[in-house]
Design a protein around this ligand. Sequence first.
Ligand SMILES: CNC(=O)NC(=N)Nc1ccccc1
Length: 317
Amino acid sequence: NQVATYYGQGAYQQRLSTFCAETSLDIINVGFVDVFPDVGLTGWPETNFGNQCDGSFFVNGDETSGLLANCHQIMEDIPLCQDAGKKVFLSLGGSAPASGQYIASKDSADDFADWIWGAFGPVTPEWTADGLPRPFGDVVFDGFDLDIEWGTGFGYGYLAKRLRHNYDTYRDSNPESKNFYLSAAPQCYLLGNLLTEAISYAPFDYIWVQFYNNPSCSANLYADGLPGFNFDDWVSIITSGANPDAKLFVGLPAEESEAISGYYIDSESIESLVNKYMNKHPKTFGGVMLWEATGSYNNTDSKGNVFSQSVKNILVD
Ligand SMILES: CNC(=O)NC(=N)Nc1ccccc1
């Protein structure tokens, strides 16, 4: 079982290398591509990585885009995380801006996937020959995460499926290349969920459900002995989806302040929850996702363990 986290939006966050050195972290989602091309400046996606970039943007033709051009610390550090055996995904979406996650049509979903693949996937001569940007240079992400918090739900399945198509096409002609992964971070409510259709349509490898910030289905209900925590429903969604072997992670706040008040649960509650659901769904249970890395780093227990280490100890004991 694995621990996944998010990096890029932490308050006064340290550079990524700090978290590459954190042995309890297996997967790191770097966020965010927060504005999608249909609404992005110059028709390119836009990015935001908190305090990690120098504030300059790529120019597209004679227009300034919203794509950050100099995030050198992230570019330098992703290979450190990968060399340490971690998977590093680029996360699309995030909690702001609400208007950013709009996809106009299937064609624009496909174009968006191709753009992401060209800019952040394997380096290809065509992409750079066309003068298109590689925001992190030769860094090749291990996969892409859909952290969809807004919108109508339209297009995310097409986006995910096209990314998978691009992986498969690339690996057909580069059989020695590394694996690529797809993940998603749905909210835990079911009615009107923005990602359940995508999960039924496109083969994701990891689904980390945000069991926080939602009153009807979050993990604090389990911790308080109340009904509503809907991990079982999510197991059914996955096992009847496009990839029934996808792994389901319990998404939790890494620190009290990193979720709306009342949703943080402590490691004792996590231990009880993990023991129950890991044994109830041994094939689908994949681990714990923590929002987010800096909060975890600042949340140490009496033994001096950062929160992700406490969670890892629960998962492997
Ligand atoms: C996986 N994405 C998130 O966990 N986003 C998230 N936690 N956004 C947020 C919402 C309200 C308060 C703080 C963070």
